[in-house]
Design a protein. Structure first.
Length: 382
């Protein structure tokens, strides 16, 4: 600040740093937890390592090995559109202490937005991953369903697993069945069945890049999948979908398609994967983009600046097609006033901002009504 007491009377110009627009947070960085083919030391276990391509992964963690799901998931992520992942190596995915160390390591990597442990269908460990995502509030768990041959059996592995998994806020999704992929490990090469979580993460990254995080990660081809070990029919998938299990389907003339976009919640507000991920993206973007306001004088000037900055960001989100409404006012609102921030709140050093958004939900059921008419009579099917 210039000391004008020692200056001559006159007009002076100062340059100030304006609050810039809020940049969107990362939505497609994956954390893969698992046991690599290459041996790992105690000093590297549980420590996230960034990789950006398949060659970099194999140099550090080894290549394919039949029965080891991590490399197939990593390759599936990159093949389906992923570009950045953190590999969290553990010696034993069933070791609670090792998984706890892996979860602790991930709390220190803020740009992670997707988490999976390929091939791990233990509900205790999967619940730990869900809890991690709930507490971090900026990442989504992609969970592999049990490799079940009878998916509708009430006390079977898959439905038992689903019944034990619950995230009220919808911080994870369960995917089934496993997929058949090429297996370069044996000589000659063959095919093998692997869990789909790495491929699903790549599909999410692809959709984020091509459309946006508001696009439901469904009705998308699973690149690299050659076949499915179980072919669901519509009735079976209807029951699994109702249970919150996302199916991978094959239809005549098409490759395997991801055909579900539900979370493991028991409510409706957070039922869809894209709604959960969109709101998490908005929250994380605001957290990152509003740090400039910390320690600023807490008055109406700050409130107006915050209102402008947040409104500009949410307008861009609406213009991208992520929020529902004919106008921006229909799609969201921002409120920051004296009613929310009375003297008692300001005395605590707090600024309270209320934001409401109307996310676009997927057209999960497209209903077509067909009318037949002849000489004035009409028959309608719906």
């Amino acid at each position: 600040m210039v000391d004008y007491e020692t200056r001559a009377p006159g007009v002076y110009v100062e340059e100030v740093d304006a609050a810039g627009p809020i940049a969107g947070a990362s939505t497609s960085t994956l954390a893969l937890i698992g046991t690599p083919v290459a041996a790992i030391s105690n000093g590297t276990a549980g420590i996230p390592v960034a990789v950006t391509n398949w060659t970099q992964y194999t140099d550090q963690f080894g290549g394919y090995k039949t029965g080891s799901p991590l490399p197939y998931a990593m390759h599936g992520f990159f093949e389906n559109g992923g570009s950045l992942a953190y590999v969290v190596p553990v010696k034993d995915v069933n070791d609670s202490a090792g998984m706890a160390a892996a979860m602790d390591g991930l709390t220190r990597v803020r740009d992670v937005s997707l988490v999976c442990a390929p091939g791990l269908a233990d509900v205790g460990v999967q619940s730990t991953i869900l809890t991690h995502c709930e507490e971090m509030r900026d990442r989504f768990a992609i969970l592999d369903g049990a490799n079940d041959t009878d998916p509708l059996k009430a006390d079977g592995p898959l439905l038992t697993q689903r019944g034990a998994l619950l995230s009220t806020g919808g911080w994870g999704g369960l995917y089934w069945p496993w997929i058949v992929v090429d297996d370069p490990a044996p000589t000659p090469s063959a095919t093998t069945t692997v869990p789909p979580s790495g491929h699903v993460a790549g599909i999410m990254a692809r959709g984020d890049a091509q459309v946006g995080v508001h696009k439901a990660p469904a009705n998308e081809p699973v690149r690299g999948a050659r076949a499915l070990p179980y072919l669901l029919n519509d009735t079976e998938q209807g029951q699994l979908n109702h249970a919150g299990i996302n199916a991978i389907r094959m239809f005549p003339g098409s490759p395997p398609l991801l055909w579900g976009a539900r979370t493991v919640t028991d409510g409706t507000a957070w039922r869809y994967v894209n709604v959960r991920r969109l709101v998490a993206y908005i929250e994380e973007s605001l957290l990152q983009g509003l740090r400039w306001a910390v320690f600023e004088p807490n008055g109406t000037g700050l409130w107006k600046s915050l209102d402008r900055t947040i409104t500009d960001f949410l307008t861009r989100v609406w213009q991208a097609g992520a929020l529902f409404g004919r106008t921006a006012k229909d799609a969201f609102y921002v409120r920051i006033d004296e009613e929310l921030n009375p003297a008692s709140v300001r005395d605590l050093g707090q600024v309270v901002i209320e934001i409401g958004v109307a996310p676009v939900r997927p057209a999960e059921f497209v209903v077509v009504r067909i009318g037949l008419w002849d000489s004035g009579s009409q028959t309608t099917e719906s």
